[in-house]
Ligand binder design. Sequence first.
Ligand code: PEP
Ligand code: MN
Length: 449
Amino acid sequence: MTVTTETNGTGQHSWQSLPAAQQPEWPDQEALRKVLAELASYPPLVFAGECDQLRARLGAVARGEAFLLQGGDCAEAFDAVSADQIRNKLKTLLQMAAVLTYAASVPVVKVGRIAGQYSKPRSKSVETRDGVTLPVYRGDSVNGFDFTPEARIPDPERLKRMYNASAATLNLVRAFTTGGYADLRQVHAWNQDFVRNSPAGQRYERLAKEIDNALAFMKACGVAPEEFKTVEFFSSHEALVLDYETALTRTDSRTGHLYDVSGHMVWIGERTRQLDHAHIEFASKIRNPIGVKLGPTTTVDEALTLIDRLDPEREPGRLTFITRMGAGRIREHLPALVEKVTATGAQVVWICDPMHGNTFEAATGHKTRSFDDVLDEVKGFFEVHRALGTHPGGIHVELTGDDVTECVGGGDEVQVDDLHQRYETACDPRLNRSQSLDLAFLVAEMYRG
Ligand code: PEP
Ligand code: MN
């Protein structure tokens, strides 16, 4: 790998002179410049060495030795940076990971869509309600969710709030995951508020008892590994607003390489992965593990070129392809991609995002997803990989730890008419805690085959 600190003749990074889709139109360039200078002086949110650690873990996933669980909000919101909400999300991910680790007997790499997931690409740039047309909401890092002209004006001060919200979230996540709360002997505690009123909670409780028995047996044998006391947990978000990501991109003093220290892993979304645009150029220059979303129209040539650009050294763990084809299309579109990529010798991580290809508008006007479609896309993903002899490396899901009603179906049978009850997402519909656990059990069964 060459040292990548060079900038072009203008003192800018190479990606800064390329076209970039989905960028905010900041009204005040001077205000933006000041904010970015300030951000550039702030300390890193994550360390380069931690990013390397995650890349190594993902290398194991690429080789078929581990499974990646990546999940969290579609869009984090500043007013949801509370201890309760962060803990509930984390708890849900830890419970899902416990199910997968135990029931599928596979090490699980845990990555949150958390502590930085504040920017959203949008299909339309304006939104009309009752005859009033305003710019769309682009995430809390850019403008406000409220449907008023003032809220929808992009405000660069929000980039500083994004940094602060990410720092506060990451601080709590680090405390939870290393301070005893994530100790495997707490498997029951994570479920306490949940077991009484949910079938998924009860099913989990039975599994937690088995884990307890296994731990008691190991203890009796004199085995009490340190690994059970803490959990490795990594942050990730879509690298969308390049002004922000660039201000947080630093040269690592150990190696001279660039790292985006705003999160451990960043991904490039379906709408910004144009091969000759800024986002892919940016991703090619940083050493973080990189994800790229691949929708149903992705061609084999595009996938191969992405590998040449982002993973020229063919390094397992460097590149994760997050496929999001839709339940109806995955069985038709995924095989050629996997087959041709594998034939080149590249060892990418393949994970399934069963959310973004399965969104529809319910009769009530809510943007929703059906749990059955989500499940069917994951099934299709497993079928394709099993047929080709490749590794179904993981799942990428939008979820929350709260009992929202945003997706229909699942064990608790959320109906279309229930959607209005707790529809709280700032963007796409998320699985609630019970639907997330249901999914983990079903994925564990598929993994075991
Ligand atoms: C997302 O992950 O929230 C998203 C917008 O996904 P995609 O880029 O796959 O549409
Ligand atoms: Mn989304």
